[in-house]
Ligand binder design. Structure first.
Ligand SMILES: [Zn+2]
Ligand SMILES: [Zn+2]
Length: 102
């Protein structure tokens, strides 16, 4: 029979120490998890980011930048960082503008 003790772990995100309590250890082992790598606050933050889609990475892992189309006002994602003095267009409006101006 294993005995559990409170352990102090270091969060790999913020570097702070946090308690991995006996109850938590038991729960983790029951679920087949390894020990946590992040403190509860960072875990919560990551989960919230994930749920809200606030991460700045696209599903394929490419970095994208959120912007608002100057033409139609729709939210769009750019594969490059937009310049402030340059109007941003969504792909639809961008194509339409090219077609009419060309
Ligand atoms: Zn942390
Ligand atoms: Zn647009």
């Amino acid at each position: 029979m294993m005995s559990y003790q409170d352990r102090v772990l270091t969060c790999r995100d913020c570097g702070r120490s946090f308690i991995f309590s006996r109850e938590d250890q038991r729960r983790y082992i029951q679920k087949g998890y390894l020990e946590p790598k992040r403190c509860p606050a960072c875990r919560q933050a990551r989960r919230t980011d994930w749920v809200l889609g606030r991460g700045s990475y696209s599903p394929r892992g490419r970095q994208v930048f959120p912007a608002i189309c100057a033409q139609c006002g729709k939210d769009t994602l750019l594969p490059f960082e937009p310049h402030r003095d340059q109007p941003i267009y969504c792909s639809e409006c961008y194509r339409r503008r090219r077609a009419t101006s060309g």
